[in-house]
Design a protein around this ligand. Structure first.
Ligand SMILES: Nc1ncnc2c1ncn2[C@@H]1O[C@H](COP(=O)(O)OP(=O)(O)OP(=O)(O)O)[C@@H](O)[C@H]1O
Length: 203
């Protein structure tokens, strides 16, 4: 279980997050909502340690989240975060290689299995610029899944998706949530209503 307790964060004089608490378990989708500028992205950045909260704590199965276990929390950025100069397969293999999670052969097999599951096996040699927005997003999801996270966060995942790809994303989240706790930051009420088990509203 992932737990946030009394998280507060300011930028200079501006208080962005004040005493935010929530928890999310495996097989659960938690939506974080709220008006623009209320601190949703800031909270996500604190969760994945791109920002440091001023006070409060994050724990994973009771253990404080730090640099060592931070890899158990994944973030699916917007599609633009793929490396443009690497093809799909190389984009997928770079992080597992860096973290030495699998042997090279095992990493390739797992990547190919996900590519097949997500209907992208024929795109493994394509570059990000040659993919649709929905395909790029699926690559970003696979890239996060290969690191075997316990918690997977999505930042505005439907912002560049058409209805068909949105349905596909919901199907994928439904499939992966059995093994992962999912946190979704989104403005998309329709998406949240259909996918979230619970929600917290900031602001
Ligand atoms: N690095 C930073 N330095 C100073 N202020 C920041 C920084 N990052 C964000 N802020 C401010 O913190 C507040 C919250 O920003 P944040 O991006 O978390 O909001 P949000 O809820 O995700 O908004 P949106 O829905 O528009 O993406 C805003 O007032 C923003 O200007």
């Amino acid at each position: 279980m992932f737990k946030a307790e009394k998280i507060s964060k300011s930028y200079g004089e501006t208080k962005v997050l004040e005493n935010i608490s929530f928890q999310v378990d495996r097989n659960e989708v938690l939506a974080i909502t709220g008006p623009s500028g209320v601190g949703k992205t800031t909270l996500l950045k604190c969760i994945v340690r791109l920002e440091k909260e001023d006070s409060g704590s994050f724990t994973l199965d009771g253990i404080p989240v730090d640099e060592k276990n931070r890899i158990r929390i994944g973030l699916v950025f917007q599609s633009s975060s793929l490396f443009q100069h690497l093809n799909v397969l190389d984009n997928l293999l770079i992080a597992p290689k860096y973290h030495k999670l699998y042997s090279p052969e095992e990493a390739r097999q797992k990547a190919e299995q996900y590519l097949q599951d997500f209907g992208l096996l024929d795109k493994q040699k394509s570059f990000p610029s040659e993919l649709s927005g929905g395909q790029r997003q699926r690559v970003a999801i696979i890239r996060a899944l290969l690191l075997q996270p316990d918690v997977l966060c999505f930042d505005e995942p439907t912002s560049s998706l058409d209805a068909e790809n949105k349905n596909l994303l919901m199907e994928i989240i439904g499939r992966i949530k059995k093994d992962q706790a999912i946190i979704v930051v989104s403005h998309d009420e329709d998406f949240i209503n259909r996918i979230a088990d619970r929600r917290i509203a900031l602001g």
